[in-house]
Design a protein around this ligand. Structure first.
Ligand SMILES: C[S@@+](CC[C@H](N)C(=O)[O-])C[C@H]1O[C@@H](n2cnc3c(N)ncnc32)[C@H](O)[C@@H]1O
Length: 176
């Protein structure tokens, strides 16, 4: 046989395939309200912050960051329906000036302006986002992740928290 029937995939195409799988793997599971609040408290979110929620679902974290903590916030969400729902809520609460949602792939999001990033994604997804956050985020920016660590990063703090339904969660706070 002059050449092998089995071709090895290049590292680039293997990465692209893994990312494609992950885009559909991180399905919508909303963070309970009480846990959202504790994430924002742990990151000490305030009026000077620009928060990015990567995979913002129904928009609850950016909306709460603006409504209760006075921050500006951006939600990045691939699912158009969820993005539209989040935008409706933002309008309803009169937060348009400080909260925006974008239908975008978070692996391609420009994070240079973020002072806080929130994550409720799987460890593997956080692993792919880690280098992007490390290169885009300014020194002092905080990253709060719910339940799943950012591999290779050392948390400044961790916290065991409970939802309103008494379900236990773990928070990881990182600082650039
Ligand atoms: C576990 S949910 C978290 C929702 C919200 N952050 C919260 O805590 O309530 C993850 C979200 O990420 C979105 N998602 C998955 N892959 C994505 C991608 N590549 N870019 C943007 N959003 C994505 C999903 O549609 C889903 O809404």
């Amino acid at each position: 046989m002059p050449f092998s029937l089995f071709r090895r995939r290049s590292p680039a195409s293997a990465l692209e395939e893994a990312l494609k799988e992950m885009r559909t793997a991180a399905f919508f599971a909303p963070t309970p309200w009480a846990v959202c609040r504790q994430m924002l408290e742990l990151a000490n979110v305030g009026p000077g912050d620009l928060l990015y929620d990567l995979g913002s679902g129904d928009g609850r974290i950016p909306i709460m960051a603006a409504q209760e903590f006075g921050a500006s916030a951006v939600g990045i969400e691939l699912d158009e329906k969820l993005r539209r729902h989040a935008e409706e809520k933002t309008r309803e609460y009169g937060l348009n000036e400080r909260v925006a949602f974008r239908s975008e792939d978070f692996f391609k999001t420009d994070l240079h302006k973020a002072t806080v990033v929130t994550l409720y994604l799987l460890t593997q997804v956080n692993g792919y986002l880690g280098p992007r956050m490390a290169s885009h985020l300014a020194k002092g920016a905080r990253v709060v992740s719910l339940d799943y660590e950012v591999p290779g990063w050392r948390p400044e703090k961790t916290a065991d928290v409970k939802s309103e339904g008494n379900v236990e969660y773990k928070l990881f706070l990182y600082r650039r």
